[in-house]
Design a protein around this ligand. Structure first.
Ligand code: RP5
Length: 172
C-alpha cells in the first residue's frame, strides 16, 4: 500500500455520508489517503495519538470533519504542525450548522484551522491537493486538469444558454 499523503478523520460514522465526498475526490485523483473515526469528546486519547503520529506516517495534510460543538479539527491542530482543514457537518440536533461552523472557524490566535463551508468535504479535499501541489508537479498537473474540467462545464452552460436566448451576450 502507498504511504497515505492525506489523513481524513471524523467524529462519528454519522459524518461519513458527508466526509466520503472528500474520500471519493481523492480516489478519483488517485491520491493515497487514510480514513478513520476519531472523536474529540468520546475518544480523546485516540485523538491525541492520531495527531501525534500523523506526520511520522507521511501524512502532509489532515482533513477533520465534525458536527455540533466540533472540537476535533481545532484539537488536532493544537497537537500537530501539519495543516488542518476543518469540515463543519450539519447534524440532527444542530443549530442549522452554526454550532459546527463557528466551533471550527473561530479558533483562537495561534491555532488556525482552514475551515471550508458547511458539509464542504469535497472542497476540503481540493484544498488539501492544492497544498500538496506546491511541491509535487504530478499533483499540480491533476489540479490543472481538474480546473480545466470546471471551466469546460461552464463553457457548456454558456453555449446551451446562448442557444435558448437570442439576446445572450458573450463578453468572450
Ligand atoms: C460529533 O457529534 C460528530 O462529529 C457528529 O457530527 C456528531 C454526532 O455524533 P453521533 O451521535 O452521530 O455519533 O462529535
Amino acid at each position: 500500500m502507498k504511504t497515505p499523503l492525506i489523513g481524513i478523520v471524523m467524529g462519528s460514522s454519522s459524518d461519513l455520508k458527508v466526509m466520503q465526498e472528500a474520500a471519493h475526490f481523492l480516489q478519483e485523483q488517485d491520491i493515497s489517503f487514510e480514513l478513520t473515526i476519531v472523536s474529540a469528546h468520546r475518544t480523546p486519547e485516540r485523538m491525541i495519538k492520531y495527531a501525534e503520529t500523523a506526520k511520522q506516517r507521511g501524512i502532509q495534510v489532515i482533513i477533520a470533519g465534525a458536527g455540533g460543538a466540533a472540537h476535533l479539527p481545532g484539537m488536532i491542530a493544537s497537537i500537530t504542525t501539519l495543516p488542518v482543514i476543518g469540515v463543519p457537518i450539519l447534524t440532527t440536533h444542530s443549530i442549522q450548522g452554526w454550532d459546527a461552523v463557528l466551533s471550527i472557524l473561530q479558533m483562537p490566535a495561534g491555532i488556525p484551522v482552514a475551515t471550508v463551508a458547511l458539509n464542504g468535504a469535497k472542497n476540503a479535499a481540493i484544498l488539501a491537493l492544492s497544498i500538496l501541489a506546491i511541491h509535487d508537479e504530478k499533483i499540480n498537473q491533476k489540479m490543472v486538469a481538474f480546473k480545466t474540467s470546471l471551466k469546460a462545464k461552464v463553457d457548456t452552460m454558456i453555449s446551451e444558454t446562448s442557444q435558448k436566448f437570442p439576446n445572450h451576450f458573450d463578453p468572450q
